[in-house]
Design a protein around this ligand. Structure first.
Ligand SMILES: [Zn+2]
Length: 266
């Protein structure tokens, strides 16, 4: 069964549930930026050949309606975030729900139900895979909580490039501040950047972080002007390729907590 997922993180979750009974394609691949993606003609063909299309929703895939129209696809579209508690930043929905592992478990349940409905003959196989993967996510969530607990309370404040960690912040109690909003689409203004620089100095924020999908220069400049150290790279909206630090969702979360704790614990 051909399943198309909109971006790499969803693709990995679908693979864990679908196993070898599904052929998963992620439209926005490793290190790609799903906010500003421009679909290629080949993507319309992938969507046209899919039995199921799995998306994040919450405004993440603004390029999807045109792609769907170009593909002529009639495949069911499954929104993996269905049922999560929505966070907002101002009037914008925050689409980065996967940054809370509890939400990723909701993604798994939605994806499981979708593949079971599309291929009922393999229902037992999909349910068993989902159950095993959910158990891994339970363990991962405990790891995150234990890692954050080791960071002194007054050091749980960081800067990232765009507002991708709102759900992580709400779930685990680390404060994230970002010069860019919930989408990478808009450039921060000089005033936004000046505000962040003041905030780093007054709140004594210990570290700033790069993101794999964003240009590092803005964060490098902020670090240089404030003396905050660059704590490393966080994976926000995209996995890496096989040889990178975060080829799967679980690897991504582990990498992020390791990067945060090593920059903030000391
Ligand atoms: Zn994002």
């Amino acid at each position: 069964m051909n399943v198309v997922a909109s971006f790499s993180i969803l693709g990995d979750i679908v693979r864990n549930v679908g196993g070898d009974r599904v052929n998963v394609t992620a439209l926005v691949g490793p290190d790609g930026d799903v906010h500003v993606y421009t679909p290629a003609p080949a993507d319309a063909e992938k969507v046209a050949n899919a039995k199921l299309l799995i998306i994040n929703g919450l405004g993440l895939e603004g390029w999807l309606p045109r792609l769907l129209q170009a593909s002529g696809s009639k495949a069911p579209i499954i929104t993996a975030t269905k049922g999560i508690a929505l966070l907002k930043l101002g009037s914008d929905a925050d689409p980065h729900a996967w940054q809370s592992v509890a939400n990723a478990k909701i993604y798994v349940a939605n994806i499981r139900d979708a593949v079971v409905a599309a291929d009922p003959a393999d229902a037992e196989f999909f349910r068993a895979n989902a159950k095993a993967y959910l158990a891994k996510l339970d363990a991962l969530e405990r790891e995150v909580r234990e890692a954050i607990a080791k960071i002194p309370q007054d050091r749980r404040k960081v800067i990232s490039t765009h507002d991708a960690f709102g759900y992580f912040a709400a779930a685990y109690g680390v404060e994230f501040i970002a010069p860019e909003g919930v989408s990478t689409e808009s450039e921060p203004s000089a005033r936004d950047i000046a505000g962040i620089i003041t905030q780093i100095k007054t709140s004594k924020i210990p570290a700033v972080f790069l993101e794999n999908i964003s240009d590092p220069r803005l964060i490098q400049r902020i670090a240089a002007e404030t003396g905050a150290k660059i704590g490393g790279t966080l994976y926000s909206d995209s996995l890496t390729g096989e040889k990178g630090d975060a080829p799967t969702y679980i690897d991504m979360v582990r990498h992020n907590i390791k990067t945060l704790t090593s920059a903030l614990a000391g």
